[in-house]
Design a protein around this ligand. Structure first.
Ligand code: 3HC
Length: 289
C-alpha cells in the first residue's frame, strides 16, 4: 500500500500513526494545524523511546518508524494516500467538514475510513466522497497495546473496501472482528452498559469508588475497574456513547446514569481533566467518593 493518511494527532490518531509506521507504512499525519501534527509526532517519539528503553524495540527500528511519519499542514496533502483514516474529535459536524475537504483530493481508488466509536457508518458515508469506499475502523485505547480492530461496514461499503482495510488491520498485528452498522457496534455495545451500571451503583450508594473498581477488577479479572476505565476513556466520551445507544435504540436499558451526566456537566471528564471518579493531581490516583 502507498501512504496512509491519519487525520487527528490526538491520543487515537497518534496511536494509529505509530502502529502504522511500525508496520512499515509511510504516514501523513494532520491535525487542525501543522504544530498540532508535529506535537502528535513528538508524543509518538516519546512512546517509541520508552519501548527502546524497555528493550522492546531497537533504536534502528524506532528511527525507521519515526522517519516514516510526516506531519502535514492539512488533509490537502493526502491526495496520494491509498487509505485515509479519520480519527478526529467525535463530533459529526467536524467529521463531515473533514470529509468534504478530503473529498477534493482523495484518489479515485483510495479508501476513507473513520475511527468513530459511535456515529453510524452508513450516515457518515453520505458525507464521504464515495460511500462504497467508506468503512468504520475502530481502534482501542491505548492503540499500541490493544490487539483488536473492529471493522464496520455501512450499507454501501464494498467488499473490496472491507478486504483492503482488513488486510491493513492484520498487517498491524491486530485481530479483526467485523460488525454491522448497529449502535455501539460490538465492543461499546457491551462495554458501555457495564461502565454506566457502575455509575448507577456508585450514585445509589452500593459501594465506594475503590470497592466497585476492586470488586470488578479482581472479581472479573479485568485489567481495570469500570470507574477507572471510564476515567481512562473519558467520561464525556462514555456519556456520548451511552446517549447514542439510548437515542438510537429507544431502549431504557441504555439511559445514562444521572451521576455520569453530573460529572460531565461539572467538567470532570476523567484523566484528561485530572478529575473524574479519581483525582489525578497527585502521584497516584485518589478515589473521590
Ligand atoms: N501507550 C502505550 N503503551 C502503554 C500505554 C499507553 N498509553 N499504557 C500502558 N502501556 C503499556 C505499558 O508500557 C506496558 O508495556 P509492557 O508490558 O511491554 O511493559 C503495558 O502496556 C502494561 O502497562 P502497565 O504495566 O503500565 O499498566 P497495566 O498493566 O495496568 O496496563 C493497560 C495498562 C494496558 C492500559 C491496562 O490497564 C488495560 O488493558 N486496561 C484496559 C484498557 C481498555 O479496556 N481499553 C479499551 C477502552 S474502550 C475503547 O478504547 C473504545 C472507545 O471507543 C471508547
Amino acid at each position: 500500500m502507498q501512504a496512509v493518511g491519519v487525520i487527528g494527532a490526538g491520543q487515537m490518531g497518534a496511536g494509529i500513526a505509530q502502529v502504522s509506521a511500525q508496520a512499515g507504512y509511510r504516514v501523513l499525519l494532520s491535525d487542525v494545524s501543522r504544530e498540532r501534527a508535529e506535537a502528535g509526532k513528538a508524543g509518538i517519539a516519546k512512546a517509541l523511546d520508552r519501548l527502546v528503553t524497555k528493550e522492546k524495540l531497537t533504536s534502528e527500528a524506532r528511527d525507521a518508524a519515526l522517519a516514516l511519519i510526516e506531519p502535514v499542514e492539512s488533509v490537502a496533502a493526502m491526495g496520494a494516500c491509498a487509505l485515509v483514516i479519520e480519527a478526529a474529535t467525535e463530533r459529526e459536524e467536524i467529521k463531515r467538514a473533514i470529509f468534504a475537504e478530503i473529498g477534493t483530493v482523495l484518489g479515485a481508488d483510495a479508501i476513507l475510513a473513520s475511527n468513530t466509536s459511535s456515529i453510524p457508518i452508513t450516515r457518515l458515508a453520505q458525507a464521504s466522497p464515495d460511500p462504497a469506499r467508506f468503512v468504520g475502523v475502530h481502534f482501542f485505547n491505548p492503540v499500541p497495546v490493544m490487539g483488536l480492530i473492529e471493522l464496520i461496514r455501512g450499507l454501501a461499503t464494498s467488499d473490496a473496501t472491507v478486504a483492503t482495510v482488513e488486510a491493513y488491520a492484520q498487517s498491524l498485528g491486530k485481530q479483526v472482528v467485523r460488525a454491522n452498522d448497529a449502535p455501539g457496534f460490538i465492543v461499546n455495545r457491551v462495554l458501555m452498559p457495564m461502565l454506566n451500571e457502575a455509575c448507577f451503583a456508585l450514585g445509589e450508594g452500593v459501594a465506594s469508588v475503590r470497592d466497585i473498581d476492586l470488586g470488578c477488577q479482581l472479581g472479573l479479572n479485568h485489567p481495570m475497574g469500570p470507574l477507572t476505565l471510564a476515567d481512562f476513556i473519558g467520561l464525556d466520551t462514555c456519556l456520548e456513547i451511552c446517549r447514542v445507544l439510548f437515542t438510537s435504540t429507544g431502549d431504557p436499558k441504555f439511559r445514562p446514569a444521572p451521576l455520569l451526566v453530573k460529572y460531565v456537566e461539572a467538567g470532570w471528564f476523567g484523566r484528561k481533566t485530572k478529575r473524574g471518579f479519581y483525582d489525578y493531581t497527585g502521584p497516584e490516583p485518589v478515589p473521590t467518593r
